[in-house]
Design a protein around this ligand. Sequence first.
Ligand code: SAM
Ligand code: DTB
Ligand code: SF4
Length: 347
Amino acid sequence: MDTLALDIRHDWTLEEVQGLFALPFMELLYRAHGVHRAAFDPNEIQFSSLMSIKTGSCPEDCGYCPQSAHHQTEVQKEKLAEVDRVMAEARQARDRGATRFCMGAAWRSPNSKDFPLVLEMVRGVRTLGMECCVTLGSLDEGQVAELKAAGLSYYNHNLDTSPEHYEKIITTRKFQDRLDTLSMVRDAGIKICCGGIMGMGEAERDRARLLQELANMPSHPESVPINLLVRAKGTPLENAETLDPFDFVRSVAVARILMPRSLVRLSAGRQGMDDATQALCFFAGANSVFFGDKLLTCANATTDHDLDLLARLDMRPQELTPQDLTPEETRAHGGPVPQDVGRAVGA
Ligand code: SAM
Ligand code: DTB
Ligand code: SF4
């Protein structure tokens, strides 16, 4: 790690953020990489694994989402998954090197019948020694407290886009509702995973506004997923214009400069992204990816391809450190480092 002093700020102006976007590309990448090296090992990537625990029939109308009941898509609807099946997937993910297991449910908010089972899943994943993240929609105070008590590490709830562009994409939930859920989660001491989607027909100003909103939160989200829109068939955004890959890389770089110590996750959209663009994203400060052949419903970059790419870039997966685990988890896990990580990447 380099010794550059990190500027942790929560008062970024839009002009400043737009100024970063306007930098010559190489200048921006150089700056972002400097910040990245000062906060992280630039050769390390965190692997998260993602599982859809309840799929489709969502009452929200998010224009990008194949799981919304408002759109005619090809998604296979599924009720809440059985706890045993979730645990089997989590174990497999851990054995392949994932240090975080994320579960997503297509809900506006969790219902009282299914919520206790989700808590059981969270407790189960934590006993495997992995961090656990869930994304279940909006929450009330009681649900937040129960998730915290179950040992949840992160809650994912994205702002998705700028407040100004938001209403063109989602009408059934307000931008402010999202901020309210995030405040409750933060106040309960659960880490926040919050980011957005690029390539939904927004202007560069919207990308700057989104990142400004994230950076000016009372504390930076510990995890910032930057998704590239997956243009799912049957959604209103199925024919959205392709975003220039360099503009996507710029967004990653600006996220890294604004939120130096956050994990910046190169999330959806890697499947159609070429290796050189992904490598540029890693240079610009992305240090986490979803690992596994499927995201929630859409295809992801394949595991074999990812392992090959990491090896070609001389990068390695981050390992859990003992500080990440409670003593009980460390015992349950038989040590903090997943057994197959070295083998999986051919180290
Ligand atoms: N229903 C919950 C919610 O929205 O709060 C959780 C699941 S939702 C699928 C999680 C996130 O996935 C969304 O906020 C969005 O950022 C991302 N996402 C969904 N569909 C996407 C797509 N087609 N392309 C890129 N990201 C997408
Ligand atoms: C996030 O920001 N991206 C992930 C995760 N959080 C839950 C989800 C991506 C979903 C992509 C579309 C799909 O697979 O349905
Ligand atoms: Fe529902 Fe989440 Fe998809 Fe929106 S993004 S339609 S809330 S599953």
